[in-house]
Design a protein around this ligand. Structure first.
Ligand SMILES: Nc1ncnc2c1ncn2[C@@H]1O[C@H](COP(=O)(O)OP(=O)(O)OP(=O)(O)O)[C@@H](O)[C@H]1O
Length: 115
């Protein structure tokens, strides 16, 4: 198959499609996006230093990015096998651990800045 010429616009479209796919199919991602919006407003409304505001905002991206990668791993694994396989389990569990750690980092950053 001939590779189409690189197009920034088309690749941006693929990224939006990927984001929307995960948003439609993953409930936890919907919650994370909602929290991202609400907490972003909070981060920009409260009286904190510029650097702290940046940390608060940056930390909100972590679970979103982790969940997108987690979903990519889940779909890749499901595409490769529907049968039980210890490597499939290891791949999905590792991706889930990344999500968990990203949320822990966000909670930690908000805790340190606000308390
Ligand atoms: N093919 C498989 N082989 C072995 N274990 C699997 C397999 N598929 C899933 N698992 C195990 O089941 C767990 C849940 O898998 P699943 O695909 O339902 O992920 P999930 O995070 O619950 O997905 P979703 O976010 O779509 O609800 C995985 O973390 C893994 O431990």
């Amino acid at each position: 198959m001939n590779k189409p010429k690189y197009s920034l616009r088309r690749n941006f479209g693929y990224a939006v499609e990927g984001f929307m796919h995960v948003f439609r199919h993953e409930t936890v991602f919907k919650i994370e996006v909602a929290l991202f919006i609400v907490l972003s407003v909070v981060a920009w409304s409260i009286d904190v230093a510029k650097c702290e505001r940046l940390w608060l905002q940056f930390s909100l991206f972590l679970p979103i990015v982790a969940e997108l990668f987690n979903s990519a791993v889940e779909r890749g694994v499901d595409l490769s096998t529907r049968d039980y396989h210890r490597l499939a389990k290891a791949a999905k569990d590792s991706a889930a651990a990344a999500c968990l750690i990203s949320v822990a980092m966000t909670v930690m950053i908000w805790g340190v800045v606000l308390l």
